[in-house]
Design a binder for this molecule. Structure first.
Ligand code: NAD
Length: 374
């Protein structure tokens, strides 16, 4: 099959869905690859590096007319029209939020696989772009915090005086939160973290941080958080307000699958933070965990707290993010090419493949039937 790798067109996007290394893997599966000229430039992968890995370099029309098109961000209306009927598209598609996009892909008879809808089961972890991207986002959140913060993270004893370590509070200890905890601890900060799933306490502690229990338990049987009732939420928010008042850096990552992000830091909480302290709201794209967050912006409150609302944290590490995303894509193609002979086989009896197939055979196939959690 011919796999096309178009240039990303979402403003601010720097990633690419295949790197020279992952192109090598696709070629080894028996596929041909065509990369749009310049597609890897913003991730530091020049065209020549793709050619050396066995790909051809082509035009926009050539890559979108391929049998399989791999992308980071969902295609525009115009790009959908460039897809060949019968083609397979693998991309992030936000299927829960984009019914009109799914309808247009089905109408075009495209088989669409949503990389952001991979079932969160152990067997599917190697395809899971949500995990690989939030992991790298958690790292970058700490880097952004360090940039905005006017002091060092690690404590220092120097001839010019003693500097205490920064105190970092991480709210939500899932994939992103644990990445932030590990990064902040490795920079020498004193790190504390909370989550309404008390079972993550051990993981927080294994990274050298202290787990701050909130005294409520909001985990569902599937391992994900549920929305808390008003009373429980208020109790948890008291703990967060106290932690924020003592922290130099607060990194918030709390999400509830399928729901807007819970607002956990009020304006009053931020008003009690020290001047010069920093909040990085990793939930900004989903509405934000902090009442004052402005998605995509850095703002400063009247009491001198910097609030970072970037929604593109993985794209701020384009080379590594593309490498991880491209590996997820290559793992998907390996699953779809069982004979390693360039022939695609989509097995809709496999819960992983079915779970991420959002359009097929001229029909929208989202949402999929529920899968068993393993
Ligand atoms: P997520 O992005 O949906 O949420 C982030 C974190 O916010 C979660 O830890 C959640 O408990 C927390 N949270 C929600 N509301 C909160 C509140 N009011 N106060 C404090 N914290 C709150 O979660 P995620 O990072 O995608 O992962 C959730 C779980 O799923 C983890 O245990 C993770 O290891 C697991 N997981 C499994 C797989 C897999 O098996 N393929 C893949 C990814 C994640």
């Amino acid at each position: 099959m011919l796999i096309g790798v178009p240039t990303e067109t979402l403003p601010g996007e720097t990633r690419v869905a295949a790197t020279p290394e992952t192109v090598g893997r696709l070629v080894a599966l028996g596929h041909d690859v065509v990369v749009q000229a310049g597609a890897g430039e913003s991730a530091s992968f020049p065209d020549e590096s793709y050619v050396a890995a066995g790909a051809a370099v082509g035009t926009r029309e050539q890559v979108w007319a391929a049998d399989v098109v791999v992308r980071v961000d969902a295609p525009t209306v115009e790009e959908v029209e460039l897809l060949r009927p019968g083609a397979l598209l693998a991309s992030q598609l936000s299927p829960g939020q984009r019914p009109e996009l799914l309808a247009s892909l089905a109408e075009r008879s495209v088989t669409a696989l949503a990389l952001d809808a991979v079932p969160r089961i152990s067997r599917a972890q190697s395809l899971d772009v949500l995990s690989s991207m939030t992991n790298i986002g958690g790292y970058r959140a700490v880097v952004e915090a360090a940039y905005e913060y006017g002091s060092v993270f690690t404590g220092q004893v120097t001839a010019a005086g003693t500097v205490p370590p920064a105190t970092v509070f991480v709210l939500g200890a899932g994939v992103a939160g644990l990445a932030a905890v590990g990064t902040a601890a490795s920079l020498g900060a004193v790190v504390r973290a909370s989550d309404i799933r008390p079972e993550v306490g051990e993981q927080v502690e294994s990274l050298g941080a202290e787990f701050v229990p909130v005294g409520v338990s909001g985990g569902g049987a599937d391992g994900y958080a549920r929305e808390l009732g008003e009373d429980l939420q208020a109790r948890a928010m008291e703990v967060y307000a106290r932690e924020c008042a003592d922290a130099d850096i607060v990194i918030t990552t709390a999400l509830i699958p399928g729901r807007p992000a819970p607002v956990l830091l009020t304006a009053e909480t931020v008003a009690r933070m020290r001047p010069g302290s920093v909040v990085v709201d990793m939930a900004a794209r989903n509405g934000g965990n902090c009442e004052l967050t402005r998605p995509g912006e850095v703002t400063t409150t009247s009491n001198g707290v910097r609030i970072v609302g970037y929604t593109d944290l993985p794209a701020r590490l384009p080379t590594q993010a593309s490498q991880l995303y491209g590996t997820n894509v290559a793992n998907l193609l390996a699953l779809l090419t069982p004979g390693r002979d360039g022939t695609l086989v989509l097995d809709l009896d496999d819960e992983v493949q079915r779970g991420m197939t959002v359009a097929h055979g001229g029909r929208v196939t989202w949402p999929p039937p529920p899968v068993s959690v393993t």
